[in-house]
Design a protein around this ligand. Structure first.
Ligand SMILES: NC(=O)c1ccc[n+]([C@@H]2O[C@H](COP(=O)([O-])OP(=O)(O)OC[C@H]3O[C@@H](n4cnc5c(N)ncnc54)[C@H](OP(=O)(O)O)[C@@H]3O)[C@@H](O)[C@H]2O)c1
Length: 317
């Protein structure tokens, strides 16, 4: 079935956020656009909540256009949660009415498309906001931990531990039996302790503080901030178990690894499984920093670009 209007009261046009040229947050305009039709393997979702990620404002600002270009005009948003309202050809694993979350194309919209087999069923007691904002961070966390091969009894250092990715890295690593030392500003130290990590203030002298916090030594390092790759390689005595998710050039010059979404290392299935296991155990901790109506997407981008604080920013279309 590829005609969404055949199912429910799906309109022909609906509201999306669109930018037509790279630039400031004001480029994000609320626009009435045709509701897309699901192709083979896709579903059409009525988006209930969309996660806002730092990569969204970096794309909008044109910072990534040399290696991650998007066709313009473009509807931003890579993740969210919603209700299935139409099925593309060949989709059997999902039904109209299913509540789902995961990767979504153009999620800053009332209606958007997703690959049916990359979505997870949303537990009824997981909020729309948390479900919308967990996928990208969880997939990144699962991918990084897998590449770092962090095992039980090992100590992991996370630079940028209070961010959305860092929070899930800590939770997944602790669940796997690892110890985690995380860097964050003082304001986020209680939060890191709540997640089971040992907090350390970042800035000058950070590696001395890490050595003090982990006298047993550090086995692996995840960089989710930048500026700390060379120091981390020195701390470990080699680059093999240092991964950056933000600084490709820095990683390359230190002989360490950079990983980016879409580089063939996708861990979607693993991320969903680990997220849902923590949720079922009642321990999943997903703070929401702020929610905005769709029309205030520019405000959401300004907040994300500040680069500090904790918790996911979410749009409610
Ligand atoms: N390569 C990939 O696949 C991939 C995937 C997802 C995200 N990313 C990137 O990873 C980064 C983190 O994403 P996110 O969603 O976690 O961001 P976020 O939720 O906005 O968090 C940013 C965090 O960085 C912390 N921070 C800022 N400066 C710091 C410093 N010098 N040292 C330590 N922590 C510092 C802040 O903590 P304080 O408030 O305590 O300062 C804040 O909690 C972004 O640059 C994003 O684009 C990459």
């Amino acid at each position: 079935m590829s005609d969404p209007t055949a199912h429910t009261d799906v309109p022909a046009d609906a509201r999306s956020i669109v930018f037509s040229s790279y630039g400031e947050p004001e480029e994000l305009r609320l626009t009435e656009t045709p509701v897309p039709q699901p192709g083979p393997g896709q579903v059409l979702l009525r988006v209930r909540a969309a996660g806002v990620n730092p990569v969204d404002w970096k794309i909008r600002a044109g910072l990534l256009k040399d290696f991650f270009s998007v066709p313009l005009p473009h509807v931003p948003g890579l993740e969210g949660a919603g209700v299935v309202v139409a099925l593309g050809e060949g989709v059997t694993a999902r039904s109209v009415g299913d509540e789902v979350f995961g990767p979504i194309t153009g999620a800053y919209a009332e209606y958007a498309l997703a690959d049916a087999d990359r979505l997870a069923a949303k537990p009824a007691d997981l909020t729309w906001e948390a479900a919308a904002g967990v996928y990208t961070s969880a997939e990144t966390a699962a991918r990084a931990l897998d590449l770092l091969k962090v095992g039980a009894g090992e100590t992991l250092l996370v630079h940028g531990a209070a961010g959305s990715v860092g929070g899930l890295v800590i939770q997944f690593a602790v669940a796997a039996g690892a110890r985690v030392v995380g860097t964050a500003s003082e304001a986020n130290h209680d939060y890191l302790r709540e997640l089971g990590a040992i907090p350390v203030v970042y800035g000058d002298g950070v590696f001395d503080r890490v050595r003090e916090a982990a006298p047993e030594g550090v086995n692996a390092v995840l960089d989710a901030v930048g500026g700390a790759v060379a120091g981390s390689v020195e701390l470990l005595g080699g680059p093999e178990r240092v991964v950056s998710i933000v600084a490709p050039a820095e990683a390359e010059s230190a002989g360490a690894r950079f990983t980016g979404a879409g580089d063939g290392e996708d861990r979607t299935e693993q991320a969903h499984a680990q997220t849902l296991a923590l949720h079922a155990a009642g321990t999943l901790n997903l703070p929401i920093r702020a929610t905005f109506p769709l029309a205030e997407a520019a405000e959401a981008h300004r907040l994300s670009a500040q680069g500090h604080g904790r918790g996911k920013i979410v749009l409610l279309p």
